[in-house]
Design a protein around this ligand. Structure first.
Ligand code: DP6
Length: 405
């Protein structure tokens, strides 16, 4: 029996992936680019064990056993990683130095997220990245991360970007077999450590339209999508340049414009898809007011939204204290301990709302009302960080019998 446990991070795109040209292989209609967020705050954790004695593959997801045979996308990841392992085993045998035939053993997979699934918090990205990375470690695969990203992509498109830390591009590729559709690191997490993120959890509820279904409806019905596809290549180049130059002004504007365009093609889909709600739009307005109040006219924060109402606000470290206090003022939570844990100590010991909110910022109330308590349930302060991690044996989610602990 061999057991491996790993975690993989969430990534939040600043140039969005939306639309597939091949739904089986998961090949996208445009390049995309994301920022990998710290696993200390948000992650998927996966333990996989392989043993000759197991009667078949089994899967436990967030504490519940699921039918692994029904999960076609996971199955793709098993098939691909087992095929590479088998080639290594065959080669070793041919060289007269056989290795354990792990590719033929059934596996037990146990995985959990430390955040609510399907709430638009990129759970499929971290989950499938954790699965593929753990399988690669279990099978001692010789592959590099871009190579592995081609497998993770077949589990969930955005998962391919969670195999790297820092700033990550998913190159759409041209080949029909998907061989050149992979993730590459644009810059490591150490490149721009001042860039931080604030996840505003607007709703914990399961989202209405899944991204998988929504994006294909957009491709089939939205005339605006064709326009988007003309715009993205230029944006990708501008975004890479902004990241390499640590130019927040350009990074922020491109991020907000791309999020807005993504939600515009959602509205242009027929029937329309709504991911944003009144709270999401309130946060957008607040960020624009905040940027407008900037003394030098420079952008101080940028929002982005995936397939759900939660906002992710990117901003330079020095603005985070102000932003957290602003959001807490206009979108107050019910339970202050749950609402915000000051992991990075930005409030310097002060309570939320305490001795802060300059007059300039209370005047926003003419445009943005103070929202009902609880419209934002939680704020998670995080930053750009590393790719998947291998954990030690004591972190295993499976016991010695290969069952959930
Ligand atoms: C809005 O990767 O969840 O978050 O490939 O069908 O699994 P599938 O879709 P998924 O789509 C993510 C869409 C997005 C934008 C992004 O992350 O780039």
């Amino acid at each position: 029996m061999k057991t491996v446990t790993c975690t993989a991070p969430v990534n939040i795109a600043v140039i969005k992936y939306w639309g597939k040209r091949d739904t089986q292989l998961i090949l996208p209609t445009n390049d995309s680019l994301s920022v990998t967020l710290s696993q200390d705050i948000l992650h998927s954790k996966t333990t996989i064990s392989a043993a000759k004695e197991y009667s078949g593959d089994r899967l436990w997801l967030n504490g519940k056993e699921e039918d692994i045979t029904k999960n076609k996308r996971m199955h793709n990841c098993f098939r691909e990683t087992r095929a590479i392992r088998k080639a290594v085993e065959d080669k070793a045998a041919a060289a007269g130095q056989p290795i354990e035939l792990l590719s033929t053993y059934p596996v037990h997979v146990c995985s959990e997220n430390n955040f609510p699934t399907a709430a638009g918090l990129a759970s499929s990205a971290s989950g499938l990245a954790a699965l593929v990375f753990t399988l690669a470690k279990l099978f001692d695969l010789p592959s590099d991360m871009s190579e592995l990203s081609r497998i993770a992509r077949q589990g969930s498109g955005s998962a391919c970007r969670s195999l790297f830390g820092g700033f990550v591009a998913w190159e759409m590729g041209k080949e029909a077999d998907g061989s050149d559709s992979k993730a590459v690191q644009v810059a490591p997490e150490t490149h721009w450590p001042e860039l931080e993120a604030l996840v505003c959890v607007v709703s914990d509820a399961k989202k209405g339209t899944s991204s998988t279904e929504g994006m294909q409806n957009t491709i089939q019905t939205s005339p605006l999508m064709a326009e988007r596809l003309k715009v993205v290549p230029g944006r990708m180049e501008a975004m890479k340049k902004a990241i390499l130059a640590k130019d927040f002004e350009s990074f922020g504007e491109l991020t907000m414009r791309d999020s807005n365009q993504f939600h515009a093609v959602c509205l242009d889909t027929f029937p329309p898809i709504f991911y944003l709600n009144d709270t999401s739009r309130g946060i957008m307005r607040l960020i624009h007011e905040y940027n407008r109040s900037s003394p030098d006219g420079k952008i101080k924060a940028a929002y982005t939204y995936d397939a759900g109402p939660n906002a992710v606000i990117y901003a330079p470290k020095q603005n985070m204290r102000e932003i957290i206090q602003l959001i807490a003022h206009y979108f107050p939570g019910t339970d202050s301990d749950y609402y915000f844990k000051d992991t990075y100590g930005v409030l310097g010991g002060a309570a939320l709302g305490e001795n802060y909110l300059p007059a300039a910022h209370t005047s926003f109330e003419e445009v943005i009302p103070v929202h009902p308590v609880g419209s934002v349930s939680r704020l998670l302060h995080t930053k750009t960080h590393d790719g998947p991690r291998v954990l030690s044996e004591k972190d295993s989610l499976l016991n010695e019998q290969g069952l959930p602990k």
